[in-house]
Ligand binder design. Structure first.
Ligand SMILES: [Zn+2]
Length: 181
């Protein structure tokens, strides 16, 4: 179990804006209970990246979005049954704050895709080539650039432990990021 934590204690100045959005005061993992997204992620409805995803529907979608803090899942994802957000409580407490923010942007793209009835896990494609993933990563990369992250840092963000070097190169190319290794 993770201890509740005040996000602001561990923020550094360049991500103060993220800090305000990611701050949670009473955070704990409590199984599959869901909570209103906006109770925990304040200000996301005003974030430019998020408004680009949902447009005029931003308040409506985020206002009805539920979030589940799960102690078992790896990072975060969207539930296939009803499209609610599932976030690893461990990742949320211990992960890099910029990565978490970019992942939220990424997952919110999947929330929109889910609402549009798109197939999020289309097995005809590999993960790094799936159109729904490319779209989600594009939004995350765009947000990363806005935050001033360079390609080297964005590559570190893109690389996950289940990805081969070849996968990373494919994904990086698809989202116009230069990864040198
Ligand atoms: Zn994804």
């Amino acid at each position: 179990m993770s201890e509740p934590r005040e996000w602001r204690d561990i923020l550094f100045p360049t991500i103060m804006r993220l800090g305000r959005m990611l701050r949670t005061s009473r955070f704990s993992s409590i199984g599959r209970t869901t909570h209103p997204f906006m109770d925990f992620f304040k200000g996301y409805e005003k974030a430019e990246a998020v408004r680009r995803i949902f447009g005029d529907d931003t308040e409506h979608v985020l206002g009805s979005l539920q979030v589940e803090f799960n102690p078992i899942v790896g990072y975060m994802g969207v539930d296939g049954a009803d499209g609610h957000l599932i976030i690893s409580s461990k990742y949320l407490n211990e992960g890099d704050k910029v990565d978490i923010h970019l992942d939220i942007v990424h997952e919110l793209v999947h929330v929109r895709q889910f609402l549009e009835g798109k197939e999020l896990w289309d097995s005809r494609y590999d993960y790094v080539e799936r159109p729904t993933e490319i779209e989600a990563y594009r939004y995350a990369v765009e947000e990363a650039r806005k935050l001033g992250l360079d390609d080297e840092r964005i590559c570190r963000y893109l690389k996950t432990e289940w990805m081969t070097e070849q996968d990373l190169r494919k994904l990086a190319r698809a989202v116009n990021v230069v990864c040198i290794n």
